[in-house]
Write a protein that binds this ligand. Structure first.
Ligand code: NI
Length: 243
């Protein structure tokens, strides 16, 4: 637990708190409600990305014995890597995550997109990374993983460049307005085939940039065609109260 303790101290976040505040326009909110996803641009500072990257790698190392980067070397010549390595609730290991600019902006963004007060937004963290040469993330709706009501969305931020080659997210616009599709289990992930992949829109992002999506928006990611891991931090939000 020594690592976790040291991670919660000395994060230097106090000084960068007000460096970047995300303010969405009415046009962006309208676009999200129509399409079910939105490219947000930068949602935190380069300094915080550096801190988050360090915390991220320590959490992965604590759990797996290797960082995402070290895993790349270990995998060379080995069996195929997992499509997506997932950790739930990293904020339970490093509570300082909840005090970041990214967390504050994500909550503000979701409240604005759903037209509610920030107090109505319940947030939880996920840590996802796609190993070097990892297979595709199957098409799914996040809502398939949990019981209704399906009111909420995620802010998905990459710590690494996420281009089409690096397995950025792809979305099907307007899919959040339809019903929940039938899913089945596929290599530990839920998958649906009830969609037309030709309608997909790729959303490449730079480190520190994010996308938001509704929990019913169909999304997936292609295989990682590069020799480097693609690390993402995701804040999953549920909106409570009446509509
Ligand atoms: Ni998802």
């Amino acid at each position: 637990m020594k690592d976790a303790d040291s991670m919660t101290q000395d994060n230097g976040l106090r000084t960068m708190k007000d460096d970047l505040r995300v303010d969405l326009t009415d046009e962006q909110v309208g676009l999200f409600r129509e399409k079910g996803f939105l490219r947000l641009g930068r949602v935190t500072t380069p300094q915080e990305i550096e801190w988050l990257s360090g915390v991220y790698d320590q959490i992965v190392k604590q759990r797996l014995g290797v960082t995402p980067e070290e895993m790349t070397h270990r995998l060379l010549g080995d069996q195929s890597p997992e499509a997506l390595v997932t950790f739930l609730s990293p904020e339970g290991i490093v509570p300082a995550l909840k005090d970041t600019l990214f967390a504050r902006n994500a909550r503000t963004i979701i409240a604005r997109l759903f037209g509610v007060e920030e107090a109505a937004v319940l947030a939880g963290w996920r840590l996802f990374f796609k190993p070097a040469h990892g297979a595709e993330t199957p098409w799914h709706q996040d809502a398939a993983y949990r019981p209704p009501p399906h009111r909420g969305g995620s802010v998905w931020m990459s710590l690494d460049p996420a281009t089409v080659e690096d397995s950025c997210l792809h979305y099907i616009g307007g899919s959040h307005l339809g019903d929940l599709r039938a899913h089945y289990l596929h290599h530990h992930h839920l998958k649906t085939d009830d969609l037309d992949p030709a309608q997909a829109v790729a959303c490449p992002v730079a480190p520190g940039e994010a996308t938001a999506h509704h929990c019913k928006t169909l999304h997936g990611a292609g295989p990682n065609q590069t020799g480097r891991p693609r690390r993402a931090l995701v804040i999953v939000c549920q909106v409570t109260g009446s509509a």
